[in-house]
Design a protein around this ligand. Structure first.
Ligand SMILES: [Zn+2]
Length: 410
């Protein structure tokens, strides 16, 4: 039976999620025109503020278009039997379940990526370009795209094949083995991402000797933080937007500063940003996030193992033969309201962690350079100074600028 109840549940989930996002985006957009809160006065002058409002509006409109495009695509794929068509095509090529699944996901991923190219092209070369953020060339854009497709195909393809192999070998116990492999990859990636993956896209150079490095080392020594790896990454080859992040642990831990950040901030401000990153490490946020994501993966895989043999979950996406890969897609959509909730919880915790890291920087260094650096970074990225609370609750991994400044001034 093609039109099962689960089929309608799947359609309902997709439509409902789209509507919730659209409503929250709309509420957020309605606040674009609001006056800047007094505490944030002086970040933008009038002309710059109008520019930032135009930027937010351009992104909002683009978001409506790309969100509608993607939801219509998914719905029509479901309604017109797209999954069944791809499944039959894969089955006409081979009988091997691992190869069928790899071809099935391969076709869907490639199709989806190709359809999304015009969208990301527009976002980069029309919107970001218009507001002066874009530094990517068309050549680099396409090279990046091809590299990331290859990476996804190799890592994703190998993982998928392995998980199905576990399933054929161990039945519903596959989840334990799949979990062990995914957990190992997560830990490995957390430690070696900067060494193995980042160099495929960016150049990282150790921070040169000089007053900045001396000051950073003095700070690290003061707080008892062993820091051998400080790298500058050439983010400026793609965008003028600035960032800094912490990765790895143990001997592999490193702080990566964007060259744009080093250019935009003075030395005191850079150290304040760095102190914030050290705060994340000292408060064990990195370890917590990694552990939480591994536990969540285990839970999801366990629930998947309960439903994987239920044929109606496969059939709900319109295919005629139940299979692991079809059930994976059906389960993925049916489970998405739950993963939506876990991501809300993770965002909530992440915002708490940002306050803790800010507090750490304030305690061990100073609050005023962190405040000025946050203001500068908001200005150079034309960020939203008046987001709607519902939007913040749903989407922000960091507190709003005004909340962070108020916390730092406490
Ligand atoms: Zn942070």
């Amino acid at each position: 039976m093609f039109m099962s109840i689960l089929f309608y549940v799947i359609l309902g989930i997709i439509i409902l999620q789209f509507l919730i996002d659209a409503i929250v985006d709309y509420l957020n957009a309605k606040k674009f025109k609001e006056a800047i809160p007094q505490e944030l006065d002086g970040i933008f002058n009038k002309e710059e503020y109008i520019k930032s409002q135009r930027y937010k509006t351009a992104n909002y409109r683009f978001g409506i278009f790309s969100g509608s495009f993607s939801v219509l695509l998914t719905l029509s794929f479901l309604l017109f039997g797209g999954f069944a068509w791809v499944d039959n095509l894969a089955r006409s090529i081979t009988n091997n379940p691992i190869l069928i699944a790899t071809i099935f996901f391969g076709i869907i991923m490639i199709g989806n990526s190709i359809l999304n190219v015009p969208l990301s092209y527009y976002s980069t070369f029309v919107i970001e370009e218009k507001f002066g953020f874009n530094k990517t060339t068309k050549k680099l854009f396409f090279i990046d795209l091809i590299k990331s497709w290859f990476l996804t195909a190799i890592i994703g393809g190998a993982l998928l094949a392995l998980v199905i192999w576990f399933y054929n070998w161990a039945g519903t116990n596959f989840w334990v083995y799949a979990w062990a492999v995914i957990a190992t990859i997560s830990i490995f990636m957390n430690m070696f991402y900067s060494k193995l993956i980042v160099p495929l896209f960016n150049k990282q150079t150790p921070l040169e000797n000089g007053s900045l490095k001396t000051k950073i080392e003095a700070y690290a020594k003061k707080v008892g933080f062993e820091l051998q790896n400080i790298f500058i990454i050439d983010g400026s080859k793609r965008s003028t937007k600035a960032n800094a992040y912490f990765s790895g642990f143990g001997k592999q831990k490193r702080i990566t500063l964007y060259d744009t950040l080093v250019k935009d901030l003075d030395e005191e401000e850079i150290i304040a940003v760095l102190a914030h990153e050290v705060g994340h490490y000292k408060r064990k946020h990195i370890l917590f996030n990694l552990t939480a994501s591994i536990l969540l993966t285990g839970l999801t895989l366990y629930i998947l193992s309960i439903f994987i043999n239920t044929p109606s979950i496969s059939l709900a996406i319109g295919v005629t033969v139940p299979s692991f890969h079809a059930a994976l897609i059906g389960f993925g959509i049916l489970y998405s309201p739950i993963s939506e909730i876990t991501s809300l919880i993770m965002n909530y915790l992440s915002r708490k962690f940002e306050y803790q890291a800010d507090d750490y920087a304030k305690k061990t260094y100073a609050s005023s350079p962190l405040i000025t650096s946050l203001k500068k970074l908001s200005k150079t990225s034309l960020s939203n100074l008046t987001p709607h609370p519902a939007y913040v609750f749903m989407n922000y991994s960091h507190p709003t600028l005004i909340d962070r400044i108020n916390n730092l001034k406490k």
